[in-house]
Design a protein around this ligand. Structure first.
Ligand code: SF4
Ligand code: SF4
Length: 176
């Protein structure tokens, strides 16, 4: 259970491996809680992908001209919560390089932007909106903007539900 609460040292594969083993162990249980966790992860993934074209349309408009691209290695590491969600989805986290310069361009950055599908990116990547991007988004109509904010809030709540459910499962697994 220790590793559930431990902060990840992104550059230490051993600590990352221990956290992943705890998460896999919890998710290997055939309980209603784990089934619910997995269902929430699937719903969350769908919600993120549904919002993706909207966000992409706006990043396409501002990011190609950006002079200070935010996609650097230090933003590409998966947080503990990201790993829970991705494994609950039945996916794996993509192996990032350790011992790289945190300030160098992200290893997942390709010529046309991020090479990871939006629903599998670290959470922080999807919800970072720099000022030019926000200004760009604010050009849309008020109802569309409200829809965007509403969808973002629903995604946040779904993720919180998923993490709460997982935490309950973890407690049961490690207090047997
Ligand atoms: S999101 Fe903002 S900071 Fe990041 S690449 Fe696009 S314009 Fe640049
Ligand atoms: S959005 Fe993709 S390319 Fe950008 S920092 Fe995140 S993982 Fe790296």
């Amino acid at each position: 259970m220790d590793y559930y609460f431990k902060k990840i040292d992104y550059h230490d594969r051993e600590s990352l491996g221990k956290i992943i083993r705890v998460i896999e162990n919890v998710l290997s249980e055939n309980t209603d809680g784990v089934k619910k966790t997995r269902a929430l992860a699937a719903e969350l993934s769908e919600m993120i992908e549904a919002l993706s074209p909207f966000i992409q349309q706006h990043t396409d408009a501002v990011c190609p001209d950006c002079r200070k691209v935010c996609c650097i290695n230090k933003h590409s590491y998966y947080e503990h919560e990201d790993i829970i969600y991705i494994f609950a989805l039945g996916e794996k986290i993509l192996p990032y390089k350790t011992r790289v310069d945190d300030m160098e361009p992200c290893g997942f950055l390709g010529n046309a932007g991020c090479t990871i599908s939006r629903s599998l990116r670290p959470y922080r990547c999807n919800w970072f909106f720099c000022t030019p991007l926000l200004e760009q988004i604010k050009n849309i109509s008020a109802p569309n903007y409200r829809n965007f904010i509403g969808s973002s809030e629903q995604i946040t709540r779904k993720r919180e539900n998923l993490l709460e459910e997982f935490k309950e499962c973890a407690k049961k697994t490690y207090t047997k």
